[in-house]
Design a protein around this ligand. Structure first.
Ligand code: GLV
Ligand code: MN
Ligand code: MN
Length: 435
């Protein structure tokens, strides 16, 4: 502890300290929520009962720490450290957070690790007697994975105004329920979702801690790393239409089977990505309509996820796949349409903030990532950084995703170190100075 911190600790207001919570302990508290007995792992889609229970748990944890909790009109939860002196309430805030929703059959750490680490970081800052001079908040963003309504980072996109609210309202889930309907059933007023410049302007610096979703930290033999960039990525829906018919009575020569076209298209996706070094392209979801064992499908919808550090390469990969899909569809007597559902350019986090964190966390390797994050959406508007925590399986979006207990605690301590440096950094220009 520094001398300043010791002196400040004596004068620190008597705020509740949760005390004793570890990241592993907090994650254990939610380990039974959203377990998917069919797929394995966790399925915690936004506005499901599992996600509702996670939010309730989070609100209780934030309240227990004396944080002032508010859910905004986009469903983003904010938990504010009390703004007592020496906090300069007019200064831009330091904000940290992540998400609680998951992909179908996902792991325990993608999202919740950052949420639990932020709570533990609050405890560590309190225990160290840190007295922020800047506003400080924790956040939880809804629908980061886009696994219910198809658009990843929907909450942060709405907040930042990078998605048209009309489009967001009309997104539908697998049951055909619109985001507007589901949001309304869950306490939001869908008329008011969308850009929130006031909330965005309060953020000066955003730091998201996340489980690493690759092998960078395994190879570097380090528990914690600092993010440098997020690969550009997008999602496209391909709908192949053919002719629905009877599996027993339709001769093979007479078929217009979109499932056969879809199978060829999946291989084309792989081969196209392989032809572009460092590109990634995936078909992880495919839906035959109507979907019966003895039915030739009339239509197959499949979703393409494509990524590359160079946005022009991503565009070429998608264009090549689209052209190839049209050829394949024609050969199979079908037609195909391609619709872009979301697209995010490659993001480089604020280099000054990254370098600052590198001085606070000496030895932490600097890594880019192929996974999307709310931090990447926010980085278009505020100074943003990420911390990654080692995942010894190197696997994510799967029940195999993993974090050792000691690494989880090292991650929270690193987050607390980073936040401390940012929170006590003097506010020299009270107008709009960021750290
Ligand atoms: C989210 O994790 C994504 O990268 O799609
Ligand atoms: Mn995530
Ligand atoms: Mn994810």
């Amino acid at each position: 502890m520094t001398e300043t911190r010791e002196a400040d600790a004596a004068a620190a207001p008597a705020l509740p300290v949760a005390g004793g919570d570890t990241v592993t302990g907090l994650l254990a508290e939610i380990a039974a929520i959203g377990v998917d007995r069919v797929r394995g792992g966790y399925s915690r889609p936004v506005f499901s009962s599992a996600e509702h229970d996670l939010r309730a748990w989070y609100l209780a944890q934030a309240s227990k720490r004396g944080l002032q909790v508010d859910t905004d009109r986009n469903g983003v939860i904010w938990a504010w450290w009390p703004g007592e002196p020496p906090v300069d309430t007019s200064a831009p805030a330091v904000v940290t957070g992540s998400h609680l929703d998951s992909v179908p059959g996902g792991g325990a750490f993608d999202g919740p690790l950052g949420v639990a680490s932020a709570l533990v970081a609050v405890d560590l800052l309190r225990a160290r007697g840190v007295r922020p001079v800047r506003p400080f908040a924790l956040t939880v963003f809804p629908e980061e994975e886009g696994s219910r309504f198809g658009v990843a980072c929907l909450g942060s996109r709405l907040l930042a105004g990078t998605i048209d609210p009309d489009r967001a309202r009309s997104l539908t889930d697998l049951n055909g329920d619109s985001f507007a309907e589901v949001a309304a059933r869950n306490g939001l007023d869908p008329r008011f979702v969308g850009a929130d410049p006031e909330a965005l302007a309060r953020i000066g610096t955003f730091v998201e801690l996340h489980v690493e979703q690759g092998r960078g930290l395994i190879d570097a033999h380090q528990p914690v790393g600092i993010g440098s960039a997020v690969l550009g990525h997008g999602r496209w829906k391909l709908s192949i239409s053919g002719e629905g018919n009877h599996a027993g009575t339709t001769l093979m020569a007479d078929r217009k089977d979109p499932m056969v076209a879809a199978a060829r298209l999946v291989v084309l996706v792989r081969d196209t990505a392989r032809a572009h070094p460092r590109a990634r392209a995936t078909v992880g979801r495919l839906q035959p309509v109507p979907g019966g064992t003895n039915v030739i499908a009339s239509r197959v919808d499949l979703w393409l996820d494509a990524r590359h550090m160079d946005d022009a390469v991503t565009a070429s990969v998608v264009a090549e796949i689209h052209a190839g899909a049209e050829l394949i569809a024609a050969e199979e007597g079908c037609t195909v349409t391609l619709t872009e559902e979301s697209l995010s350019a490659t993001v480089h986090f604020d280099p000054a903030l990254r370098d600052r964190l590198a001085t606070v966390l000496p030895g932490a390797p600097v890594l880019d990532t192929g996974a999307g994050h709310d931090a990447a959406i926010l980085s278009g508007f505020v100074s943003t950084a990420m911390l990654f925590v080692r995942n010894p399986s190197g696997i994510s979006h799967s029940p195999e995703e993993y974090v050792e207990d000691s690494d989880a605690e090292a991650g929270a301590a690193a987050l607390a170190d980073a936040l401390e440096a940012l929170l006590i950094s003097p506010v020299t220009d009270t107008a709009r100075e960021t750290v």
